[in-house]
Write a protein that binds this ligand. Structure first.
Ligand code: ADP
Ligand code: TRP
Length: 327
């Protein structure tokens, strides 16, 4: 069974990305054949600064490796290192109905917000379909917001199969990652880059402390009992703490006599320690850029070997035949 997922390098990863997605990708690498890529072609629809895009892509790779993605188990690559994906995208575009893409929420939401839609934003789901179909992926772990795109992928694959009369493309299934409820940000709303309320996984100690101290809390006085269940500091603490540790802090909230500052300090210690081994691993990878490039090059090589077979299948089905040797 092949698991595949992609993550966009649109900025540094935050706690929401980690607990909502990355942690689960990494857990899956132990049991299945896993392909994970950094979706730099998708990020082009929003990141227009070339240096920034390159930096984001490197940071994304470093973050994933630091957090435990093991290149001996999973195949990690940059989307743009596999040119076959762009070619497959065009082939898929020729059978994709405009009306199918018009229904996609991600596109509709952006248009509703007044964001001018480029063709790249509109056809984004077709590139995502190519990402998935190019490797005969079986399972695609994604957040709820991406399930519709996996449905679109199935539609497109079925259309190729029925128009050209054969099982050329393998139908994938979405696996919704919902074990972690949404991670709140500094303002208590969902943590998201778009809301500017994130805590990045690899903040410096100083910036981490400053951010945690700025988490919005109510004005209950120090002496008064407090409700842990409605406090974002406690919700975040739960991500890092054992059940016993959670019960202990909850009891201190309810007893009164503890200010939010103390709860924040407890959260700070837990979070800093949690990511300490990853921070060390990140520094090691960062000091060995040639090793990082080798991991990405090996990943792309493996991904291309599979992708070329599938692309050839589709080219044959559609009447294009063999690609010229050496391309
Ligand atoms: P952002 O909202 O910061 O732009 P993305 O949309 O790039 O983040 O999210 C990448 C992945 O991280 C998705 O799978 C998404 O479901 C998950 N994710 C992002 N924010 C959160 C959050 N606050 N809580 C749980 N999961 C999240
Ligand atoms: N669109 C996904 C997101 O924003 C990222 C992505 C691109 C992806 N291609 C993919 C996810 C293929 C799964 C499979 O989160």
């Amino acid at each position: 069974m092949r698991i595949l997922s992609g993550i966009q390098p649109t900025g540094r990863f935050h706690w929401g990305n980690y607990f909502g997605a990355i942690q689960q990708y990494i857990a899956l690498q132990d049991n299945e054949q896993a392909f994970y890529f950094i979706a730099d072609l998708h990020a082009l629809t929003t990141v227009r600064d070339p240096k920034q895009l390159a930096q984001n892509t490197t940071d994304a790779a470093l973050d994933l490796l630091a957090l435990g993605l093991d290149p001996a188990k999973a195949t990690l690559f940059r989307q743009s290192d596999v040119p076959e994906v762009s070619e497959l995208m065009w082939l898929l575009m020729t059978v994709t109905q405009h009306s199918l893409l018009e229904k996609c929420h991600a596109y509709k939401d952006k248009v509703a917000k007044g964001i001018a839609a480029d063709a790249g934003l509109f056809t984004y789901p077709v590139l995502m379909a190519a990402d998935i179909l190019l490797y005969d992926s079986d399972v695609v772990p994604v957040g709820v917001d991406q399930v519709q795109h996996v449905e679109v992928t199935r539609d497109i694959a079925q259309r190729i199969n029925s128009l050209y009369n054969g099982e050329f493309l393998h139908l994938p299934n979405a696996r919704v990652m919902e074990s972690t409820a949404k991670v709140p940000g500094l303002d208590g709303e969902k943590m998201s880059k778009s809301y500017n309320n994130t805590i990045e996984i690899f903040e410096t100690a100083k910036s981490l402390r400053k951010k945690i101290m700025s988490i919005k809390t109510d004005s209950t006085p120090v002496e008064a009992p407090k409700n842990p269940e409605t406090c974002p500091v406690f919700t975040l603490y739960k991500l890092f703490a054992t059940q016993e540790q959670q019960d202990a802090l909850a009891a201190r909230y309810r007893a009164g006599g503890m200010g939010y500052g103390e709860a924040k300090q407890t959260l700070y210690d837990a979070a800093f320690n949690h990511f300490a081994p990853a921070r060390e691993r990140r520094e090691k990878w960062e000091s060995q850029p040639a090793d990082l490039e080798r991991v990405l090059a090996d990943g792309a090589k493996k991904a291309r070997a599979k992708g070329q077979q599938v692309l050839q299948r589709v080219r044959d089905a559609m009447g294009l035949g063999q690609r010229l040797a050496g391309t």
